[in-house]
Design a protein around this ligand. Structure first.
Ligand SMILES: [Zn+2]
Length: 58
């Protein structure tokens, strides 16, 4: 069972995280990198407009 953000389609193990993502996505035009990196399908996120904070780039 995964929880999906209805806006960016990223999937999360925890409903709480999915909700955080959805809250962010509904108020911003991009994903929060800190949230998106927890997604189980985060490879998909690479194709989305993810708001990458330079400090957290790998
Ligand atoms: Zn999202």
């Amino acid at each position: 069972m995964v929880y999906q953000c209805k806006i960016c389609k990223l999937e999360y193990v925890e409903a709480k995280t999915a909700k955080e993502c959805q809250n962010w996505c509904s108020t911003h035009d991009s994903c929060n990198y800190l949230i998106a990196k927890q997604a189980t399908n985060k490879d998909t996120a690479k194709g989305l407009s993810v708001e990458a904070d330079e400090r957290f780039k790998e």
